[in-house]
Write a protein that binds this ligand. Structure first.
Ligand SMILES: [Zn+2]
Length: 441
């Protein structure tokens, strides 16, 4: 018998490998942060032993969920301004509050709440676009969560952070140098959007990404307003514009991609751009319905993102799965599209692939790092079970998540975060809310 660090047992292990295998009475053996074997109980239990056994009866194990587009620190602006159109929401409420409050200290505290919420909901990795990412990285090391942290780039100065494009790019470069090769944190560059970044800024970000071999994260074709402004300014639509300036490649993952022509879908597919579908944010801001089924049919890798908590208003990928699987059926008039398997694929393997971590996470496979979620099936709303994929997409709730492992380390156990004090995180958030309310009325 070979001794391993940890063994996960579950009635169902969903590896999310090709063909959607379901391993009934499955066992996963983990050593040094990696999955060294996975299979059925009879096989694996004969070969491995461990002092730490997780999961058990009435459990399902699947790869950690991946949130491919968020602004995690915005969690402190949750519910601050709702029921508004995107431009007004952004220009009148979000940007003024960010200008006023966004500091290293704010990010340092807010990240805790965002991670607590995501981890308890089975999200093990998120891709972020924001400022002060070095601070976020240090906090994530402490919490033990995985992230792809993109340093935001815009044309205009940001008081206390950057005076202009040169400064943003210098910060991006420092960030890459600090974190490249880290076990949990992957640095990337995040030019914000066409309406906030000049072609020159996009080009410079791209050149830097190539120089350091990192990914690029941007917002793209989110609203009709963005499309008409882009056409007015550059004489072409958003995807055409980024393609014309040579920005689009496999190095890019783009959030939203709501307003696309068939030709633009073809461009995204040809260039290998990954798409982060943020359906709840798009619904709430009435941005529109992204052509997800068309994109998937065209061979584009589409994954899920929550966007910031100020436009969602939570950071739950399970919520995105359930919403997307239902809305696209109604929107296309076809109840067979975006089935439950596809939803979980988008939330796991596709997510890992578009953020550049496909060789390390996204499936439960021998050799991959052990980012694994174990959920209880011993719930009224998950009984009886005919199809485990159906349950995860349509019936499971974040509160069903019991255990979360990242790189083989148990971060959440019995639904509680082990690496930080949950009550402290919540009371810190309340203090910030009082501060923000006091000064903003
Ligand atoms: Zn966003």
């Amino acid at each position: 018998m070979e001794k391993v660090d940890c063994i996960v047992k579950a009635d169902y292990v969903l590896t999310m490998e090709e063909g959607f295998p379901v391993i009934e009475h499955g066992v996963i053996a983990i050593r040094d942060g990696r999955i060294i074997d996975v299979g059925s109980d009879g096989d694996i239990s004969k070969r491995y032993t461990s002092d730490k056994i997780l999961g058990g009866n009435n459990r399902v194990a699947f790869p950690g969920l991946i949130n491919t587009h968020t602004h995690a620190a915005m969690v402190y602006f949750r519910g601050l301004a709702d029921d508004l159109p995107l431009q007004e929401w952004l220009e009148k409420y979000i940007w003024p509050n960010e200008m006023k409050w966004l500091t290293a200290e704010f990010v340092d505290d807010a990240i805790e709440l965002a991670c607590l919420e995501m981890l308890k909901a089975g999200v093990t990795t998120y891709a972020d676009m924001y400022l002060f990412q070095g601070v976020a990285g240090k906090k994530l090391e402490k919490i033990g969560m995985r992230a792809v942290l993109g340093t935001g780039i815009v044309d205009f100065p940001w008081k206390g952070y950057a005076e202009g494009p040169d400064d943003y790019l210098r910060k991006a470069e420092e960030h890459i140098k600090e974190w490249k090769g880290h076990a949990l944190i992957t640095p990337c560059i995040a030019p914000h959007a066409i309406f906030t970044c000049s072609p020159d800024n996009y080009r410079r970000a791209k050149e830097m990404a190539e120089r350091y071999d990192v990914l690029l994260h941007t917002h793209l074709a989110e609203t009709q307003f963005e499309v008409s402004q882009c056409v007015e300014r550059y004489g072409r639509r958003p995807v055409e514009h980024l393609d014309a300036i040579g920005f689009l490649s496999e190095r890019v993952f783009a959030a939203h991609c709501v307003w696309l022509t068939d030709e633009e879908i073809e461009i995204l597919a040809k260039r290998g751009v990954g798409v982060s579908h943020c359906i709840e944010s798009n619904l709430k801001l009435a941005s529109g319905f992204a052509p997800v089924t068309k994109m998937l049919d065209a061979g584009i890798k589409v994954a899920f993102g929550t966007d910031g908590a100020a436009s969602n208003n939570d950071l739950s990928i399970m919520g995105e799965m359930a919403t997307a699987a239902k809305v696209h059926k109604a929107h296309t008039g076809d109840p067979t599209v975006l089935d439950s398997k596809t939803a979980l694929l988008m939330a796991t393997r596709n997510g890992a692939e578009i953020i550049g971590l496909g060789d390390r996470i996204g499936t439960i496979s021998s050799g991959k790092e052990a980012d694994i979620v174990i959920a209880s099936l011993n719930r009224p709303h998950l009984t009886p079970i005919y199809d485990i994929y159906s349950h995860i997409t349509y019936a499971m709730r974040p509160s069903d998540i019991e255990t979360v492992l990242i790189r083989g380390r148990v971060i959440v156990e019995d639904g509680r975060l082990l690496t930080m004090d949950e009550d402290e995180i919540l009371s810190k958030a309340e203090k910030w809310q009082q501060k923000i309310m006091g000064k903003t009325g």
